[in-house]
Design a protein around this ligand. Structure first.
Ligand code: SAH
Ligand code: MG
Length: 195
């Protein structure tokens, strides 16, 4: 039943060009949650709630707070979360993540929103990590364009430049150690460096 419901979300996303996580990427993320016994998750960018739902389904002790600024997306996500009976596990906020004040601490912060703002999201939310917490970011390949953007419009190249800046920012960040995973659309896994 859940399987069919998930397939229908995937189909909806495809038909409506909603950029939900790719299969390999979401599998990596849910495996990571399982292996590392992650319980509290903050997600930036819910879209239709697909990744939040996939993460919450890993086990019933997991709590996800997810932030979505687009009203329409928020409403669709809320409906989907209710359809999966996950409203006790997933809390969704209709806010711009850069404006909202979050005080809780999380084992995992998943950044999957506006690519131009990745450094801002990282710096804003790193203080919401638990001691062994991890920040995972999606879309570092940006559909292969980070490697080669020679056929792109100017606007797209701007965005690609921002993602490259974020990758450099992660590589040069001494406070965090980042691993880059070539799965899905490119994922980074950043953990606080050992002191
Ligand atoms: N994580 C989802 C996909 C998210 S797509 C999944 O894999 O299922 C990115 C979403 O981030 C979009 O819906 C967009 O509206 C939202 N977004 C972009 N900038 C944001 C911001 N500053 N705050 C909150 N949400 C934002
Ligand atoms: Mg994504």
């Amino acid at each position: 039943m859940v399987h069919i419901q998930l397939e229908s979300l995937e189909k909806y996303a495809k038909e409506n060009h909603v950029p939900i996580m790719l299969k390999d990427g979401i599998n990596y993320l849910t495996d990571y949650i399982k292996k590392n016994n992650i319980q509290n998750i903050l997600e930036i960018g819910s879209a239709i709630g697909y990744s939040a739902i996939k993460m919450a389904l890993v086990n019933e002790n997991i709590k996800v707070t997810t932030i979505e600024k687009n009203k329409t997306m928020y409403e669709i996500a809320l409906k989907n979360i209710n359809n999966f009976n996950l409203s006790s596990q997933i809390c969704i906020l209709n806010e711009d993540a850069l404006d909202v004040d979050i005080v809780d601490k999380y084992d995992l912060i998943f950044i999957d929103a506006a690519k131009s703002q990745y450094i801002k999201f990282f710096n804003k939310f790193k203080d919401n990590l638990t001691a062994n917490g991890v920040i995972i970011t999606d879309n570092l390949n940006f559909h292969g364009l980070v490697k080669d953007d020679s056929n792109c419009s100017r606007n797209t190249r701007q965005l690609v430049r921002k993602i490259r800046n974020y990758i450099t920012f992660l590589k040069e960040n001494t406070e965090f150690k980042t691993e880059f995973i070539e799965l899905g659309d490119g994922i980074s896994v950043s953990k606080k460096s050992e002191l």
